[in-house]
Design a protein around this ligand. Structure first.
Ligand code: CA2
Length: 150
């Protein structure tokens, strides 16, 4: 039976849509969850979206995903640039991993140009605003279909 796609969100993304709209837009994470559930339905995929402000919790969810999820879409937020622990956890996941960013970190400060997550990611989605999330669900559906086909 198909397992859900985990959409994991890191520190401060609970503020999405409520602060810095010029950078991150005015769509909330609850709106993102609805958009992704709807897009997942189109592809026959179940979505499980979560957000944490804690690195250890992110690592625990990735461990959980190893047996309970078919794919991971991850916006690790600041953990992207700092967390070797998140990368080490992701390395144990066998399914597709899509690294996602709302903004394009390469257009921003140089400390956002390095990503630990990239070393484990199958694909990357960045710079599309909150609309990048449902686009990443489309991409994940394509990656899973490809894997199934062998
Ligand atoms: O562009 C992205 O999605 C980022 O992952 C967002 C992170 C940032 O550290 C990365 O460099 C790029 C920051 C997430 C903070 O989320 C907020 C959302 C709304 C208001 C304030 C913070």
């Amino acid at each position: 039976m198909a397992k859900p796609i985990y959409i994991l969100n890191g520190p401060n993304l609970n503020l999405l849509g409520t602060r810095e709209p010029q950078l991150y837009g005015s769509t909330t994470l609850a709106d993102v969850e609805k958009m992704c559930a709807a897009r997942g339905k189109v592809h026959g995929l179940k979505i499980d979206l979560r957000q944490t402000n804690y690195e250890g919790q992110m690592v625990e969810w990735i461990h959980e995903a190893i047996t309970k999820a078919d794919g991971i879409i991850i916006n690790a937020a600041a953990l992207t640039h700092t967390s070797l622990a998140t990368l080490d956890a992701l390395k144990n996941f066998k399914g597709p991993i899509v690294e996602l960013h709302i903004t394009n970190p390469h257009q921003r400060e140089s400390f956002r140009h390095f990503s630990y997550i990239t070393y484990a990611a199958t694909a990357m989605m960045s710079g599309f605003g909150p609309e990048g999330y449902p686009l990443a669900v489309d991409g994940m559906a394509m990656l899973l279909k490809k894997r199934k086909a062998g």
